[in-house]
Design a binder for this molecule. Structure first.
Ligand SMILES: [Zn+2]
Length: 298
């Protein structure tokens, strides 16, 4: 019988035997199980672009296993929003519950040259507008479609301090946030809004691709613990009065809608560094402070 059960499964075997002079036979069921753990081999090193969360990581591995199996990944420690080398785990479990796992590294890289395809709005080619050392993006000043610096490291670290201090003050704020967005991502976001609300209304709260401050890697949207964009009273007031201590300004204040080109967004802060306090004390929005054009699209 040896060698016949190379594959796991259920087999029916007829056993013939004799009691005294009578031939007897009986059918018995033999279950062949697989008790060998899957063997995981990594084929290539893994590099992904910032924010590429939906990457297919299974293609980097070769699994040696007799039975059917499932692959899952533990990506908890991977911060897809900023560049770096992170540890992740691959877990392979076969249908007989033999489990193997193996840790591996994922390198998250800032995108330097995104391929732009299928863009529904015209792509922008303008040079970034920089005044007083401050990069300005609004409905009059756009970024090139291949401008993709990823999340700014200094801005991110100041942002994390701000969040920690808000929490220490007993304010309700989430660890989740929306930071850097690529041109392509903003493009799909904007067109989704246009489909739901129409272009005229979408333009009041969502930027067209190339016109979003999130493409600078310097803008962050804070969120409430329930996942909504932050606009609760105590939190918004704190942010308006304290963001500058961390190098941020609340970019789209109340009363400045015609100049910034956007409805007020108490949750959207923009890193400007040293000049934040002067801008805060001036009571001006960024366009007024730098003396540049704002308002609607041309
Ligand atoms: Zn925002």
């Amino acid at each position: 019988m040896e060698g016949k059960f190379a594959k796991p499964g259920n087999y029916l075997v007829e056993v013939k035997y004799q009691i005294l002079f009578f031939n007897q036979s009986k059918t018995i069921q033999i279950k062949v199980e697989d008790r060998t753990k899957p063997v995981i081999k990594q084929k290539n090193e893994i590099k992904v672009d910032v924010n590429d969360k939906d990457h297919d990581f299974s293609s980097y591995f070769e699994i040696e296993e007799l039975s059917d199996y499932d692959i899952s990944f533990d990506l908890e420690k991977v911060d897809f929003s900023s560049s770096g080398i992170y540890e992740a785990t691959i877990i392979v479990e076969d249908i007989y519950h033999n489990v193997s796992s193996s840790s591996f590294e994922i390198e998250v890289e800032e995108t330097t040259n995104n391929l732009v395809s299928n863009i529904q709005s015209s792509s922008t080619t303008a040079e970034p507008c920089i005044v007083n050392g401050i990069l300005v993006v609004n409905k009059k000043h756009s970024l090139p479609s291949n401008y993709a610096p990823g999340e700014n490291i200094e801005a991110k670290s100041q942002f994390l301090k701000l969040i920690a201090d808000m929490k220490a003050d007993g304010l309700q704020v989430s660890d989740s946030y929306s930071g850097f967005r690529s041109y392509e991502y903003q493009n799909s976001l904007y067109w989704n809004y246009v489909n739901s609300y129409g272009q005229q209304q979408a333009d009041t709260f969502s930027a067209r691709a190339g016109y979003s401050e999130h493409q600078t890697g310097l803008a962050f949207d804070l969120m409430q613990p329930n996942g909504a964009l932050l606009q609760s009273y105590n939190e918004s007031v704190w942010l308006a009065n304290n963001a500058h201590r961390y190098g941020f300004i609340v970019r789209y204040p109340y009363g400045k809608e015609a100049i910034t080109g956007y409805v007020a967004e108490p949750w959207h802060i923009r890193y400007v560094g040293d000049q934040a306090t002067a801008i805060y004390q001036s009571g001006l929005c960024l366009e007024e402070y730098l003396g540049i054009q704002g308002g609607d699209y041309n």
